[in-house]
Write a protein of this length. Structure first.
Length: 136
């Protein structure tokens, strides 16, 4: 399987900062995720939006893989009566790290690809101009 963007595009046009080995690993995950959310329609698309979406998604996968498990985030509240510290997180209440990353990547892909029609999932009859049954 080949990614939607190559390393040359990533460095020269997108201006990414991953090294080539990390890029090669994460671009495949990004490509597969985009293929999943577009129901495979992205394979036939040749626009640059697809390349930018895959590069930004690959960056998000990279950031997630580099996250230090000891970093709990910014302090939300602190109590000096006893030792008590609460940390704010980006995720929703009860959301796992995987769900947070998936939600962020979906937002990236949606922002880049929604205007292209690749994320359109409605079923059409194929003869709109004749029968006007636009949605089945």
């Amino acid at each position: 399987m080949q990614g939607y963007a190559d390393y040359t595009f990533y460095v020269d046009t997108y201006h990414g900062s991953m090294d080539e080995a990390d890029f090669s690993r994460h671009i495949l995950s990004a490509t597969q995720y985009i293929r999943y959310v577009t129901a495979g329609k992205s394979d036939a698309y040749a626009g640059d939006e697809l390349k930018y979406a895959s590069c930004e998604a690959a960056d998000m996968y990279y950031v997630a893989s580099q996250a230090d498990s000891g970093d709990r985030g910014r302090v939300k509240s602190e109590n000096n009566d006893g030792y008590s510290v609460s940390y704010a997180s980006e995720g929703k209440e009860g959301e796992t790290d995987e769900e947070l990353i998936s939600r962020k990547i979906y937002g990236i892909v949606r922002r880049w690809l929604l205007p292209t029609g690749l994320m359109y999932r409605k079923v059409r009859c194929g003869c709109d101009y004749e029968c006007r049954h636009h949605d089945l």
